[in-house]
Design a protein around this ligand. Structure first.
Ligand SMILES: *Cc1c(COP(=O)(O)O)cnc(C)c1O
Length: 497
């Protein structure tokens, strides 16, 4: 199967090449030229498999230059029981009123990013080999908080790679910051920037597409790659958990094979929900995708305002910081498919976005999107109310991002009367956003964030995940803060590692 750039369909590469490069040289995102199908027989076979086998099966349909043995080996390692607290890598928890919570945060950094970033180092290392690449891959990561730690954890001390993470200095939770700044490994570097996630992501994308920098790196035996969801190797592993959740629901008797589900996702860069869209295009029975946002509701407006995307608006820092994003990169891939893989249309729209900060879709394009997507948002007060209500009424403890999705789903169900069972992606452990969760439950706020974990444990009778509890007393290794214009200069730090 070949991959092309969303901005130049003439640029065809293998899956390995797409993963090794991360982003196309024209700034476009690599996409498969056809979406493989998931037949009824496939789904029946998947019912009897565990998560690792399901993931290898789905990935095999996209990564045709990898062998089944390779992919099985990678998923065994990536989703090892000791990393995900047991064989049930991504469990579904059934709640009231059609809510089926897909918990994606049982991995080592307690957020859903582990589902892809435990796999990516295996995929990337193999891709470098397959493409005959001898240079060291320098992975640049822009993070709104969770990708940074998950990527560091995945790539720390992986031979043939170095990794640099940029995070917004005032835009991540204290726990997220501590997780990143205490990261071990000889090939890692972490830098805070004065700016927000969009600034970091835009700067990183500029570096990727800058010829002069690429040549300088090349002369030193180095190349850039990406661990953000702009990299196909990040997105592909995420398709598997929607299929897996469906199989679990059939096995549990919650639904019958062939029944439709909805999928509701707390969204930032549009990667997670887009992975669900791929699952549907493959043949997974999905009725609607519900795109949930926080107060940075640029996507809600896009879906509600006939496809006008306008990032010219205030940026808010919220209690769900991993969704504080105004430029949702992966929307570009959706536009590519709904336009019939029209690279001209996509480059034109992306040109408008970078020039004017906005674009409007043609009517017939938007109508195609509206068939599949609904959207909504909620603010921090409603998020906190939802955390409290879920705990009081259903004894379910949700983090702030998951709570945004639950709230938006409840609004959707009330206004549409659509009773389709809905998989709600739960993207982080409640302990990762402990302070906001404790506050929502009316508990005592502590000065120290690790002590705060104990408060939540005592209030709920639940144990804090070991990797978070282990942060107690750890000294930060990285304290550099740079202006957002200074990102390019920090590349030297990476080169020297
Ligand atoms: C990254 C993240 C999101 C947003 O996911 P996207 O794929 O960027 O849309 C939501 N919640 C949490 C906890 C995250 O870490």
């Amino acid at each position: 199967m070949d991959y092309v750039s969303t901005r130049n369909a003439g640029l065809r590469v293998s899956a390995a090449k797409a993963i090794a490069t991360g982003i196309a040289p024209d700034g476009g995102l690599f996409c498969p030229t056809e979406i493989p199908s998931l037949t009824k027989a496939d789904l029946d076979a998947l019912l009897g498999m565990d998560y690792k086998a399901r993931a290898a099966f789905i990935l095999g349909k996209y990564l045709t230059d990898f062998t089944a043995e390779e992919l099985q080996d990678f998923t065994q390692k990536a989703y090892a029981d000791e990393k995900f607290g047991g064989p049930n890598t991504a469990p579904v928890v059934d709640l009231k009123d059609g809510k089926h919570i897909l918990e994606l945060w049982h991995g080592p950094t307690c957020a859903f990013k582990d589902m892809a970033l435990q796999m990516l180092p295996h995929l990337l290392t193999a891709s470098l080999k397959k493409t005959g690449e001898t240079r060291t891959a320098c992975i640049l990561v822009a993070t709104s908080g969770d990708t940074g730690k998950a990527a560091l954890e995945g790539f720390a001390d992986v031979p043939g790679t170095k990794i640099m993470v940029y995070y917004p200095v005032d835009g991540v939770s204290p726990m997220q910051k501590l997780q990143m700044t205490t990261q071990k490994g000889d090939n890692v570097e972490v830098v805070a920037i004065h700016g927000n996630f969009d600034d970091a992501q835009s700067a990183v994308k500029r570096i990727f597409t800058d010829k002069a920098t690429a040549e300088k790196m090349d002369a030193q035996g180095l190349m850039f790659s990406s661990a953000n969801s702009i990299n196909w190797g990040r997105l592909a592993p995420q398709i598997a958990y929607y299929v897996s959740a469906y199989c679990d629901m059939v096995n549990a008797g919650t639904i019958q094979m062939g029944d439709k589900i909805n999928i509701c996702v707390p969204t930032g860069n549009f990667g997670n929900i887009l992975a669900g869209y791929f699952a549907k295009q493959m043949g997974l029975p999905v009725h609607k995708f519900i795109c949930a946002s926080n107060r940075n509701n640029v996507l809600t407006d896009f879906f509600k305002n006939q496809g006008t995307y306008d990032r010219n608006r205030p940026f808010y820092t919220t209690d769900s910081p991993s969704m504080d994003i105004l430029i949702s990169s992966n929307l570009e891939r959706l536009l590519f498919y709904i336009s019939g893989q029209n690279d001209k249309v996509v480059s034109d729209l992306m040109g408008q976005l970078s020039r004017d900060g906005r674009y409007s879709l043609a009517k017939e394009l938007f109508e195609k999107i509206a068939e599949d997507f609904d959207a909504g948002y909620c603010d921090d007060v409603q998020t906190a109310e939802t955390i409290r209500k879920l705990w009081d009424e259903e004894h379910y403890l949700a983090d702030t991002h998951t709570a945004v999705a639950v709230r938006v789903y409840e609004n959707y169900r009330r206004t549409t009367l659509d009773k389709t069972p809905t998989v709600i992606a739960s993207t982080a452990s409640p302990f990762k956003f402990c302070r906001a969760v404790v506050e929502a439950l009316g508990g005592k706020l502590e000065r120290d964030d690790v002590t705060q974990l104990d408060v939540l444990s005592q209030m709920t009778g639940m144990e804090a995940p070991a990797p978070l509890a282990a942060l107690a007393g750890k000294q930060p290794r990285f304290d550099r803060v740079v202006p957002k214009e200074g990102i390019l200069d920090t590349i030297d730090l990476l080169v020297k590692l």
